[in-house]
Every structure is written in C-alpha cells, then in structure tokens.
Ligand binder design. Structure first.
Ligand SMILES: Nc1nc2c(ncn2[C@@H]2O[C@H](COP(=O)(O)OP(=O)(O)OP(=O)(O)O)[C@@H](O)[C@H]2O)c(=O)[nH]1
Ligand SMILES: [Mg+2]
Length: 334
C-alpha cells in the first residue's frame, strides 16, 4: 500500500531544528515529501544545506542480484562496530516485482531496525516524483544534516553503467559476482574509471579467484597518474560477512586518501556544480513543459492544422518548435 504523503507544513510541520537534532520521524516525513516532489521542500533543503557536507557518501553499484543490499547490511554492522552512524538510501526498480524489491531491502537490512545509529530509506523508483536522481540526492542531504557519519547509496541494480551515481557519492564500490562476466561488462560500460573499489561478492561460489584476477589485471592496466588512488579489489561473502571488515576499512582508506590529497574537496565542488545544473534544468523544465503542452493543444485546435500534422508531423513540429523557441524570448511562461 502506498504511504500517505504528509504535508510538510501541517502534518505536523517539520522543523529545521528537528532535522538537525537527528529526529528520525521528522527526517522520514521530510524524505516522504521529497519523494512526492513537494516544491515546499526546496526552501527547507536550502536551510539544511549549510549544515550538511560532513557525511562520507558511499555508493554500492552493480548488476541486479549481485548482493548489494546484503552487502550494505553487512557494511552497516562493520561501520557500527567502528562507532560510525549510518544512513542508507536504497533505490529499487520494484515495478516488475510488484513492490517486492523495496520490501526485500527492508527484510535484508532489518537486522538494524532497532539501532538508533542506523536510518534506512528504500525508495521505489516508480514512486518518486520529479526524478530519482534528485530525490536520492536530496535524501542524502537530509541524512547528512541529521548527522549520519556515513551514507550508503544503493542505486537501481542495472546491467548498464550506472554512471549517474558518480555525481552523488564520494566513493564508489562496484560489485561483481563470480562466473558472470560482470566485471568485464562493467568495465566495458565505463565503470573502470568511475569505480574506486571493486568487490567480488559471493566469494563462496566457484570462480571467485579468477574474477578477482581479471579485475586486478584490468585495474593495473589503467593508466594512472602519480598520486592517484589505485582501486583495490576486495573479496566478500555478504551472507556471512566474510571480508566485509576489510571492505569497510578500504572505504575509509579511500576517504583518508582523498582528504590528504585535497581530492574530496574538489569532488564536492564539482558535484555541487553538477547538481546545480540538474536543479536549474529541472526547474526550467517544470515551467516550460506545461507551457509547451498549452501551445501544442492550441495549435491542434483547427482541423486544417491537425491534417498537416497527420501528413508530416516532422516538418510541422520543426516549424512550431522554431516559432516557440523564438517566442521564448519575450513570453511569460507561467
Ligand atoms: N551465495 C551467496 N549469496 C549471496 C551473497 N550475498 C547475497 N547473496 C544472495 O543473493 C541474493 C540477492 O541479494 P541482494 O542483496 O538482494 O542483491 P541486490 O544486488 O541488492 O539485488 P537488487 O537490489 O534486486 O539488484 C539474495 O538471495 C542473497 O541472499 C553471498 O555472498 N553469497
Ligand atoms: Mg538491493
């Protein structure tokens, strides 16, 4: 059943101070408003922004079923042992699985349900208004402002490169499983340059050793400039937790490396620029889309124009597009 969407101002109101104090109920309410695309969240996010920027944001990407959620659950355990608080944003396809995927994540991560130092939010890819990338990013901002030390993001498991996540996380782990050629596929898709850590999960299955060797070989072939991070290849069994302690340490090593080399700051600045671009685009499109709809409807008002469109939609669309673009200069869009 879909969750009821609260009204940010009335239901009861979410106060900035509650979020900064780490109030879980207030945080969850604000995140639901973000998912619902409530424009009123922008003002609050703007107020939270100066208080964020302290969390270390990790991405765990890889093909569907690679064990990302199970691995994240095991990572939470390790980070908790090291006294870090952890927020998780897991995005799930969930459409073709009748909502089962989100539920699946909750089950896999439920071991942490009673732990106040852990906040897990699953988002159904379909249930998010106004773009998943934006909702995930804004949710990270909320968790960051709530004071979580580490935030882990699980994007939709996709066979294709999920490069969008690189604009959100500080450190990206790519999960591959033995005997599938996942590693090679990911490399082909451009993730060799994007990933900071490679993880061969399900190392209890046959072929883990050769998967590791393949990835190590590929990483070594990467042309590295001096003083750049050499992505390590970790081997884990997320089910038992084997190797996950070392994996947690590798992520922390990467953070330290980025801090020592001023890479983290640069990454954050670049990502803020990217996100600003996304925001502006979306805000412009939010205004332009309804205007274009109105223009098209008005254009199709006569039978003559309908006939012209039926005869050659490309030519007529081009002409109308030219006219609308010209008129954008002096039109009041909304
Ligand atoms: N044998 C083995 N199975 C594992 C391991 N880690 C996870 N699994 C199993 O793999 C299946 C998928 O695990 P998930 O954690 O849901 O994988 P995921 O990558 O999050 O899946 P999606 O979010 O649907 O893409 C589950 O049945 C897990 O129990 C492992 O290390 N070894
Ligand atoms: Mg998952």
């Amino acid at each position: 059943m879909p969750e009821k969407v609260p009204d940010i101002q009335t239901d009861p109101p979410v106060e900035i101070q509650q979020i900064l104090d780490g109030d879980v109920m207030a945080g969850a309410r604000l995140i639901r408003c973000i998912e619902a695309g409530d424009p009123a969240t922008a003002r609050m996010l703007g107020q939270l922004y100066p208080h964020a920027g302290n969390a270390f944001v990790i991405g765990i990407t890889g093909p569907p079923g690679a064990g990302k959620s199970t691995l994240i659950s095991a990572l939470i355990t390790m980070f908790r042992k090291k006294n870090f608080s952890v927020g998780v944003v897991a995005v799930d396809p969930s459409s073709h699985k009748t909502g089962g995927a989100v539920l699946g994540d909750r089950v896999r991560m439920q071991a942490h349900a009673g732990d106040k130092g852990v906040f897990i939010r699953s988002m159904a890819a379909r249930g998010v208004a106004g773009g998943l990338a934006r909702a995930a990013r804004d949710t990270c901002l909320v968790l960051d402002a709530m004071g979580y030390d580490i935030i882990i993001v699980e994007p939709v498991g996709s066979g294709q490169a999920d490069l969008e996540i690189t604009t959100l996380v500080h450190s990206l782990g790519l999960v591959a499983i033995p005997g599938t050629g996942d590693g090679i596929q990911a490399v082909k898709a451009g993730l060799l340059e994007a990933a900071d850590l490679f993880i061969v999960n399900k190392n209890d299955l046959p072929g883990a050793g050769s998967e590791m060797m393949t990835l190590e070989h590929l990483v070594q072939q990467r042309s590295l400039e001096p003083d750049t991070w050499q992505p390590p290849v970790a081997s884990t069994c997320a089910r038992t937790g084997e190797g996950v302690d070392r994996l947690a340490d590798l992520f922390l090593d990467h953070r330290q490396f980025m801090k020592n080399n001023q890479v983290l700051e640069k990454k954050q600045t670049d990502q803020a620029g990217d996100y600003f671009n996304t925001l502006v685009r979306q805000m412009v499109m939010d205004r332009i889309d309804p205007w274009v709809d109105r223009q098209v409807t008005a254009f199709l008002d006569t039978a003559e124009q309908q006939a012209a469109v039926t005869a050659d939609p490309y030519r007529v669309a081009q002409k109308l597009a030219d006219r609308l673009t010209r008129s954008l200069r002096d039109v009041t869009i909304y």
